[in-house]
Write a new protein. Structure first.
Length: 503
């Protein structure tokens, strides 16, 4: 089934209900959005001559246009490739070329970031809001393409340990099941409820927009293109019964912001992307009340591995409440989750191993059969995360087998930073690690063997990778800890950094 049918259905039955909000105002109702989506789909198919199954990229900041683009792409039977708008032009170029996207929609300003690096395979770069863009909505509407549940809907690019992004293939069926799981187990949506997209719609926040449409909710984006805690608190007052997906860093900023807000207007704040310190969770509950839920998922399993429900977080009288608050919750009803040893054999409660899941997971990685086979070995998604279940079925994440750094809810993969730094002629060796940080979760630290200047290394990073991936500190050393085979021991390096940083 095509996800676009959800919008088409509510456009016909409840067309006068508000669908999209910007700031504190309604900008379009469901009939208007459904009509624009059907006309955009016609332009994609006929003016741009795109065939069902082809990919269309979106490199954009959050706006009401984002939802229309996603549903317009699906309505036409195409697959969306929403890319992180904070990436460098060179990084975006790889995604555009690898996905084979012939068309890319970009926010004003981001189009100029893409332009100099655009691959030859990209035929059209359309600036959102331009005359060319608006002309696409003048076509005669077409009916939604009859997609199957296993057809590709969202190509979710998520970096791997090699530093090269991999495209997780999320189908219409997977996204529909993720939407059911959200509405049933995380945050039930009623007509007129709002979902505030303060986190990027290209990632976690965007996954929840479909359930909001299906249940006649309102998808709202802030006026500001960057996260502003005071603005978000004002949005809660402007839209009673508002929910929001947020990284732990965002939640912490909301707690620290002194702007007025009526907590009764908050339906649910769902945190994910990284675990939250229990102390920070307690402060958040103290400020806003028990209006929180937590999810654990990956791009390969879109928000659908485990969830810590509002009810669990609100149940302060439970004797194990504090322990549960430090967990990632229980497996979704739609997913099967297992803790396994190195041979993929299940481990009993209390024992630590890799988190494996099956159920609502990707079809595989785009154009990467080797990585697909390894990650989906035996029919289970191998998350690369280390955890343990307790006797009541609550999962606690212990560590990550991959060396991913999670800073402010964004994944940063050390090798891609290391590869850039090693381009410098006076860098002999480098190892990038994450250092625990109370504000960001982790910050990037580079241990460097060589004589390069910090300013030169900063310039290299700014020229090759996104700004948020740049190391916050460079530590120059004579050598890096290694084993007998010459492999750098990141665990030992992290321990050394922790000891040195405490001084």
């Amino acid at each position: 089934m095509n996800l676009a049918l959800w919008l088409e259905r509510v456009g016909l039955s409840h067309g006068d209900r508000p669908a999209l909000g910007l700031g504190a105002r309604v900008v379009r109702n469901y009939a208007e959005v459904a009509g624009r989506v059907a006309r955009l789909a016609a332009s994609l198919r006929h003016r741009f001559v795109l065939e069902p199954g082809e990919r269309v990229a979106i490199v954009a900041k959050n706006s009401p246009d984002y939802l229309e683009l996603m549903f317009g792409i699906w309505h036409a039977g195409l697959a969306a490739v929403p890319a992180n708008a904070k990436l460098h032009g060179r990084e975006l170029a790889y995604i555009l070329e690898h996905s084979g996207a012939r068309v890319c929609f970009a926010s004003h300003g981001l189009d100029s970031e893409i332009g100099p690096h655009a691959p030859a395979t990209l035929e059209r770069l359309v600036t959102i809001g331009s005359a060319e863009y608006e002309a696409l909505f003048a076509a005669d509407p077409i009916s939604a393409w009859p997609c199957q549940g296993d057809d590709l809907a969202w190509l979710f690019y998520t970096s791997g340990t090699t530093g090269r992004p991999k495209g997780a293939m999320l189908t219409h069926g997977v996204l529909a099941a993720a939407s059911y799981a959200y509405a049933a187990e995380v945050d039930p949506v009623a007509a007129g409820d709002a979902l505030l997209h303060a986190a990027p719609m290209s990632h976690g926040s965007g996954v929840y927009m479909m359930a909001t449409v299906a249940r006649l909710g309102i998808n709202v984006t802030p006026e500001s293109s960057s996260f502003d805690a005071a603005e978000v608190l004002r949005q809660f007052d402007a839209w009673p019964r508002t929910s929001m997906f947020a990284a732990p860093t965002m939640v912490k900023r909301l707690v620290e912001c002194r702007a007025d807000c009526n907590p009764d207007h908050i339906r649910t704040i769902i945190w994910g992307g990284a675990p939250m310190y229990v102390a920070d969770a307690l402060k958040a509950i103290e400020r806003f009340g028990p209006r929180f839920a937590q999810i654990y998922g990956q791009g390969e399993a879109p928000m659908t591995i485990t969830a810590l429900s509002r009810q669990d977080i609100a149940d302060r009288d439970h004797p194990r409440w504090a322990e549960r608050l430090g967990s990632a919750g229980r497996a979704y009803a739609c997913s099967e989750v297992m803790i396994a040893d190195a041979d993929d054999r299940p481990l009993p409660c209390g024992e630590t191993g890799e988190v494996l899941c099956r159920g609502v997971v990707m079809r595989g990685y785009w154009r990467n059969p080797e990585a697909s086979a390894a990650t989906l070995k035996g029919g289970w998604l191998h998350t690369g995360d280390i955890g343990a279940f307790d006797a009541e079925g609550y999962l606690t994440l212990k560590d990550r087998s991959k060396d991913v750094i999670i800073s402010g809810g964004s994944n940063i993969y050390p090798r891609e930073v290391e590869e850039v730094l090693l381009e410098h002629a006076r860098v002999r060796e480098v190892s990038v690690i994450g250092r625990p940080d109370p504000d960001w979760g982790e910050v990037v630290v580079a241990y460097v063997v060589g004589e390069a200047e910090r300013s030169e290394l900063d310039a290299l990073c700014l020229n090759g990778i996104a700004r948020f991936k740049r190391p916050k500190e460079y530590v120059f050393v004579d050598s890096l800890p290694k084993n007998n085979y010459g492999k750098i021991l990141k665990t030992e390096l992290r321990e050394l950094d922790l000891q040195q940083h405490k001084r």
